[in-house]
Structures are given as structure tokens and as C-alpha cells.
Design a binder for this molecule. Sequence first.
Ligand code: SF4
Length: 416
Amino acid sequence: MSNSPSPNGPTLLLRYTDGGVTPTQLREYISDAGFFQPLRQTLGLYVHIPFCRTRCRFCSFYIEPHRVQQVRAFLQAAIQEIEYYAHHIGLRDVPVETVYVGGGTPTTLHPQELNGLLQAIRTAFMVRPWAELCVEGHPASLTLEMISALVKAGWNRLSLGVQSFDVRELRMLGGRPSTRVTQQALRLAKAVGFHNINVDLMYGLPGQTLETWRASLEDLLAFAPTHCSCYALTVEEGSIFFEESTRGRMVEPDPALQNAMEAMASSALQHAGYEQYEISNFSQPGYACRHNQRYWRDEPYLGLGPSAQSCLGSLRFGNVGNLSAYCSILRNERLPIDELDFRSSEQVARETVVFGLRLLQGVPDKKVSPLLQAQTEWKRALQSLKDEGLLVHERGRLRLTALGRRYADTVAVALL
Ligand code: SF4
């Protein structure tokens, strides 16, 4: 046992402002967190590509403008990070079930660069032959050359941030291509060989009406992707919308209209044969996103790239959200982690329940019972959420009601 903080004690947050963590140190932490103990562990890998051509007005993510020099430095650092985790940390024999490359806009990279990353992951880790290999794309960058190269390299899921099929809404969101370009990209992706495609749509946009939302849903269903994520617009600090809203130049989404739009999406998609398996996610049978389900089931995931987050056993850690710091820490042969904490066993149990409640099937009794037995206050909080009609316990599972799904964040705060 090393002298690192106990994973079973209270949560302890460590901040690394002095330039990351050595691979040896991190390996000890992961070992102390019990990750190497159950031999049948699997991993989901996330790679964050921080580049975008322009900033969408609703976006508050960490992004960098696409520049050749920065891309080159990033790719070099990312490959070094992959190799550290596989060879120095000892994750190379842990089967990888999913790879998800998101951002940012991964398809700002050249297809050979994206495929090179996938190849590096396959060489370094034990990627299952049936792994879900998903890449996020921007409709404007999906040329025939790009799609063909991605399919050929073995990517088997494409996720597209479409957001709307309405011309005016797309213009208002900024950074989006026209409806025609979007539809063309979707048709091309399907024709060239992406069978499993996710489309992200947003509702509650400024100026959006029930009619324009219905039309976007109809356009989506005409294309019939295997998966759809429908998100309500939230005005996040750091976005252009936030600035406009604080200056009184933007009307915040109307919650009642958002609720009506959510109900419309749920009904239209279910009527068309999609299953709603998570608060914002719908899929055709057998196409629920395997990578994202790992987060909701509290299964291990490793995040690579600036600002990416990881959770291995009771250990949770996050990379520095700055590209030049990320590259220079790796050049100094350290891992670019700036925050790390051990979750106590009680916190792991609570988070397993709270994340699991996002899934419509809810959480099985065996995950809830230990908390009910040991935590009187938690039990009281749970009972009060049930009394308010936000949670229901039936057929051996705890789950959110339809009302509870609308107030999922409130439920999460009460139970964490
Ligand atoms: S493409 Fe995605 S990450 Fe990039 S600015 Fe738009 S929403 Fe943000």
C-alpha cells in the first residue's frame, strides 16, 4: 500500500498546479482505488479533440481554433498519453469496449489524423473486435473523402451535432451549415457505410416554435437515424448566449414551451419505434449508445486529451483544460492531470444510484438497499422525493417518474 489517500475514507481532492502527475504516482493511485482488483474490468476510452472552426453561440465547452501547428502538437501529445496509460500505468490488458472521440469537432482533423489516433489506440490497448468506435462530426466537414476513410478505418458509429433542420434556427445558433448541407451529409454518411448514426437536436431555442420543432422532428424521422439525442437549450456561462442574455439581448427559453417540446419529441420518436432509454436519448432497438451508458452505469472510463475526465474504481481525475499546458506536461514525461480525488465507498454508492437514475429502467434494488440500510438521512431524502412524485420504487427497481425526469438535477442534488 502506498502512502496515497485512502479510497475508503472521506473524499479527498488533490490539485496539481505544479505540472501533472508522474506515471508511477498515478499507477499507485489507481491500484489503491481498487481498479486492478476485479480481474474482469473493462474500459471505455474517450478522446477529446479540442478544435473547432468557429464557436457556436450556445457552446461553453473548452475549444481551440484549428491551427496546423497546434493540431500537430496535440496529436503528438495524445499519442504519448495513450502510450503512458497502456504501458506505464498498465491498462494495456484491460479490454476496451468502447472508443468515443468527441470535442470540439473531431472532423476538423484530417481523416488520416483521426484514423492514426484510432490505430494508436488499437496498437496500445486491447480493443475488442466488437467495440463501439464512435466519432463526432460536423455536417460541414463530412466530405465523401472523409466519410469513406473513416468507414474504411473501422469507425462504426457517427454522431452528428445537427441541432435543428430549420434555416433560421441554424443561422441563429451560429457555426452551423445550411439545412441542405446537413441533409446531404447525413445521406452521404448512410450511403457510404455508416449504419449506426446519432443525430443531436436542440429544443427551446430563441424564436423556435412548436411548429418549427415539429418540422425538425419530421426531417429527422425522414432520415431515420439509429439514435437521437434531444437536449433542451441551457444558457451556460462562457457561451455567447450567456453574454447576450446578461446584456438583455436574448430572451431565455420559456420552461413551459420547453416542456411541451420535450413531450412532442418523446411522443413522435416513440411512435416511430424509438425507445427512450435515458432522459435525453432515444434509440432504435439495439442501438443505445454503449459508451455513454458506461457513465450512467458508473463503469470505468479513461479520458484522454485536454479537459477529459476519467473514473477508474474509486479514483476520479481530470486533465488540464488548456492545450499548451497539456502538451508541455506530457513533454515533461508527466500525465497532464490537474485534479484527482478518491471517492469514499459511500459516495460511490450514491453516485451509482444518481447516475443510474438517468436511465429510464432505473436502478436495481441491490444498488439502493445498502444505502437505505446504512444512511438514515439518505433514506429520508429518498422518501421525500417519492412523496413529491419524482421517484417510484417498483418491480425491484428505483426510477424517476415522468415528472422526476424533468427535475432530474434537483433529484441528483438531494441524493448525492
Ligand atoms: S461544434 Fe460543438 S464544440 Fe464546437 S463550438 Fe459548436 S457546439 Fe461547441
